[in-house]
Design a protein around this ligand. Sequence first.
Ligand code: AMP
Ligand code: MG
Length: 415
Amino acid sequence: MNTPRPPLLTLDEALPALLARARPGLATESVSTFEADGRVLAQDLVAELQVPPQDNSSMDGYALRCVDVGSAHAVLRVTQRIPAGSHGVPLRAGEAARIFTGAPIPPGADAVVMQEDTQALAQGQVQVNTSPIPGQWIRRSGEDITRGSTVLQAGTRLGPAELGLAASLGLDRLPVSVRPRVALFSTGDELVMPGTVAPANMPPGAIYNSNRFFLRTLLHRMGCAVSDLGIVPDRREATVQALAEAAQGHDLILTSGGVSVGEEDHIKPAVEALGELHLWSLAIKPGKPFALGSIRRTSATDSAHFMGLPGNPVSSYITFLLLVRPFLLRLQGATHVEPVRQPMRADFDLGKPDRRREFLRARRNAQGGLDLFPNQSSGVLTSVAWADGVIDHPAGATIRQGDQVQFIAFSDWLS
Ligand code: AMP
Ligand code: MG
């Protein structure tokens, strides 16, 4: 019996529905600040101190009182020496303090004169060859961070700068979302693992499993703990069994291939047998056969999330970035899950409009425009390696050379 085909969902319909299912998200844990790169902050970080903690010198030179100098060539007595890590004593009239970058300004001083504008004299004196302005070469306490301010908000994805910032607040551990536990499967009887059969000996009809390599890498970049469960044969029972087992210890099961409606596509019926299919088939190109569902856990009342990606490598890659990435980030509590789309100039024509929204592999050229990879077929993984991003191109439209298009850079998307 043929079930009627549901109308294709648009990406704008699917994405909010998918993100809603990523709530409630994961538990939180405390990790070393050193280990927190790529993780999502679970609580606001509020500063318990000022950064910098005191007014300090931004130059090697002399701290002094501007009133003692007036016009240039004043001579002052150098009564103290303040290297970084120490602190001085109050400065009196007619005195200067030898000071170094980062050292606290002594009480009473209101400016620093850099050593290049001075001349050291005999008997501990210094001649100042410039007229200082109050405040010069002084970095103010709290100039970077004021006590009580929220420095990083919950939902921020942590990178090198954020880790440094957290450390400047004295934090050696950070509260983050736990890593999503993801089970990864490839489906397809034609798949052969690189290393098991030499290229010269590949049997007819066999291809190497490429999806497994980039999906695993992409999952790691999203901060996931990955269980790579290998290749599932194109059989209904094997598919059901693999999915049922994977549901136990994982937050998400991710598969590639077998998600269309062919007789050898077992993913959809297997998910329906074990749980629920929430959405299936999107109006995007590449990537139409995409499935979102959930699979019940036998021992519990809850279920694991399920996402089925198309088998064609480009479709798999692009649907990961469009759908799996935001889902995994939101599951970890991330606020920003969408990449920036920037307007750019197309330096090519695209004559044939498509009924689906397209994600065209393109590369920035030296003239500030975009070139298109000539073969946009969903099996041509070369297009993704060649490109440095995709054009988000609306359904039913053509492109004329010089038109403005919306570009998503892979550098943004893969970080
Ligand atoms: P499917 O979605 O299973 O119908 O597969 C669509 C196309 O993608 C077929 O040509 C498959 O051979 C190919 N394909 C499926 N899985 C993979 C994989 N893991 N690596 C490379 N190609 C694949
Ligand atoms: Mg297949």
